[in-house]
Design a protein around this ligand. Sequence first.
Ligand SMILES: [Zn+2]
Length: 320
Amino acid sequence: MMDFDALLGNEALKQRLSVSLSRGQLSHCYLISGPAGSGKHTLARLLAAAMQCVSLRRPCGQCAQCRKALSGVHPDVITVDDPEKKTIPVKLVRDACADLYIRPNEGARKIYVFPRAQDLNAQGQNALLKCIEEPPAYGVFLLLTEHAEQLLPTIRSRCVELRLSPLSDELLCRELSVRFPDTSPDALRSAMLRSGGYLGQATALLTEGAELLPQTKAFAEACCEHSAGALLRVLTPMERLKREQLRPILLQWTELLSSAAASRAGLPATGPECKRIAQSRTDAQLLRAVEAVQHAIALTDANVGTAHICGMLCVKLSDL
Ligand SMILES: [Zn+2]
């Protein structure tokens, strides 16, 4: 028995979907909204499986239709995105709208999934609007978004909105201790409190914090020593990295500094490095450091060279 159980919490929403499914009252356009890590992708997979499933109780998770949809290889569940591009190219939307009129290959429906609908520009949204207005009976659209308000009201009014909710502390805590059996209760609790109740965010906090990159360890050391020289020794070799190599390091630094700030505010520290930084720096210094690193991350998005970014960081961080 599978139903929507793979999505944790959100009981009212799951119940609502099961009732719609059993009555055959499905919408042809769903807006799945919630912050990062709230389960949007899990729900989209389950809903796509449920719509293609051939069993009585859907999704069953067992039939070929379910298995293909759940593992992301169903030919009639189509993702509309180009992760390389900042906005979703209008051409992809138009292609999807043309493809919509070709009947499904093997499923009962043809489902178009937009994993980040908020990144459609006005032109893209208008193109989408045309095809969600009167799709063929087998056509379904699943629009996932962190920011439902960024979609045109005309699109939103045609969608049934499924809004994901945070999990209860109890449920989240239980799930995290199953997923991270070797992590200390303090670290689990800290990740839980800082995740806003979203499993994906708590998991990201725990996995990112679990193994510090060598540059992060050296950075932590430099922070604790208040040493501009040590900072320079960390940052100089990083000038030669590519932007996509620099980014994960900087993300980890933000994470480390924010955890240190959170631990100064009374939350349990996520690791020994975090604890030491918290002891050696003031709240204001940590805040300025987080801002400097976040600014550097924004620059990696804006195609600024890594040498320039590292140079800027060195100046800002030595100044704290
Ligand atoms: Zn099935």
